[in-house]
Design a protein around this ligand. Structure first.
Ligand SMILES: *Cc1c(COP(=O)(O)O)cnc(C)c1O
Ligand SMILES: [Zn+2]
Length: 399
């Protein structure tokens, strides 16, 4: 099969056993060991400097085409990415740092950064000749998958736990996806997805780290942040961490930009989680190389309720190699942070993402940041997605 790949894209490398594969042949897990496959490039063959990038319109994440596996012209894209990085001086005052900026991923086509992963993964699905795509999701990834599959003319099969938000369920239907609401939580939806995959071996999985392409798409957030800061690497990035897909992607992106000579330093990456499901924070604090699954996960932050993040060794490496950290806060503090950001910065954060704001506050209180630092907080999704959850937090205050 011929793929429309970019010039420097080499293929896929297993992060567990190191075997390498042609992207036309290996589509998902490592054929040798079942590990995660990661797209690799010949960086010496990439001729990108700051001026070249600056001369391009800031119109889509595909403007970093040389560092993506597929050509922009063949991409299933709605011009996702190229989101605003919003200066928030009020938040900087509260945190006692020089600058706080919010990367507002709520401005993506389906309202979350999941679009960055799905544009690349669905492009791969079309290149591999898929007719049907399948995934389990807490909600946002399923909505994004249904949207991109619809655009590409593919059938999507989406497994969501019953607790997924109304918007996610409604929009999977609106995009024409085959929606399967599974009683229970994300693990139950995952089990139903596994069963469906066994029954339909021609369905093309869009599951994170099953497809090699979702972290690859999300990495573009870091490229944009650095360019939007005029090539200054932020001191810290606070990331609301579930499966850690975006955090791993940004770690990869930072090392790539350094390799290309576009930046000198890596930003300190901080994983923010909710106390009700914080396997990465536990592993980080205990000095472990991988997580212990959380037995009874319970948080209002659906996107963060990932009790068994399979890529935890990679997440922990990213945090430690960049001198970052990990922090967990409680649901009421997370919701309060979402409300405070809305009231003082105007920005609308989905609760899962407010965990990154809440985590940044906690880190500041612990004295983790210096007064002259620039901190970026990832707003992974639009507050509209779960306005009811944010609103109900006010009920507790009699408002
Ligand atoms: C999926 C999701 C997350 C977690 O993302 P990972 O990259 O898997 O850690 C955070 N916030 C929102 C809104 C999400 O949809
Ligand atoms: Zn392998």
């Amino acid at each position: 099969m011929d793929l429309t790949t970019t010039d420097a894209f080499d293929g896929l490398e297993c992060v567990d056993c190191g075997a390498t594969f042609d992207a036309a042949e290996a589509t998902h897990e490592c054929p040798d060991c079942g590990g995660v496959l990661d797209p690799t490039y010949d960086y010496d063959a990439i001729d990108l400097d700051r001026e070249t990038l600056e001369s391009r319109p800031f119109d889509s994440m595909w403007r970093y085409e040389e560092l993506l596996p597929f050509a922009r012209e063949s991409a299933v894209t709605m011009d996702e990415g190229a989101t605003a990085l919003v200066d928030c001086p009020n938040l900087a005052d509260e945190l006692g740092v020089e600058r706080v900026l919010v990367k507002d991923e709520g401005r993506n086509p389906t309202g979350t950064f999941k679009d960055r992963g799905q544009t690349v993964a669905v492009t791969a699905a079309t290149q591999h000749g898929a007719s049907d795509v399948v995934l389990a999701s807490a909600g946002n990834a399923g909505q994004a998958a249904a949207a991109y599959a619809g655009r590409a003319g593919l059938e999507s099969h989406v497994f969501l736990p019953s607790r997924s938000g109304f918007t996610n369920k409604a929009m999977v239907n609106v995009h024409g996806g085959d929606m399967n609401v599974v009683g229970g939580r994300i693990g139950d939806a995952g089990a139903a997805y596994e069963e469906a995959r066994e029954e339909h071996d021609d369905w093309y999985p869009l599951q994170t780290f099953t497809t090699p392409y979702r972290h690859e798409g999300k990495k573009t957030m870091l490229y944009e942040i650095v360019e939007q800061l005029d090539w200054e690497t932020p001191d810290a990035i606070c990331y609301p961490t579930g499966g850690g897909v975006g955090l791993i992607g940004m770690y990869k992106a930072a090392t790539e930009f350094r390799e290309l000579g576009l930046i000198d330093d890596l930003p300190a990456l901080y994983a923010a989680q909710a106390s009700g499901c914080a396997p990465i924070v536990e592993a980080y604090e205990e000095g472990w190389d991988e997580h212990e699954p959380v037995e009874n996960p319970d948080t209002i932050c659906g996107g963060l309720e990932i009790p068994d993040p399979g890529a935890s060794p990679w997440i922990l490496e990213a945090i430690r190699a960049t001198d970052g950290g990990a922090v967990a806060t409680d649901d009421p503090d997370i919701l309060e942070a979402g409300v405070q950001v809305a009231q003082h910065a105007g920005l609308e954060m989905v609760p899962s993402s407010a965990a990154a704001a809440s985590g940044a506050w906690e880190l500041a209180e612990r004295g983790e940041f210096d007064g002259d630092e620039t901190i970026v907080i990832l707003n992974t999704g639009s507050g509209n997605k779960e306005a009811d959850v944010l609103r109900s937090h006010l009920m507790g205050q009699g408002i």
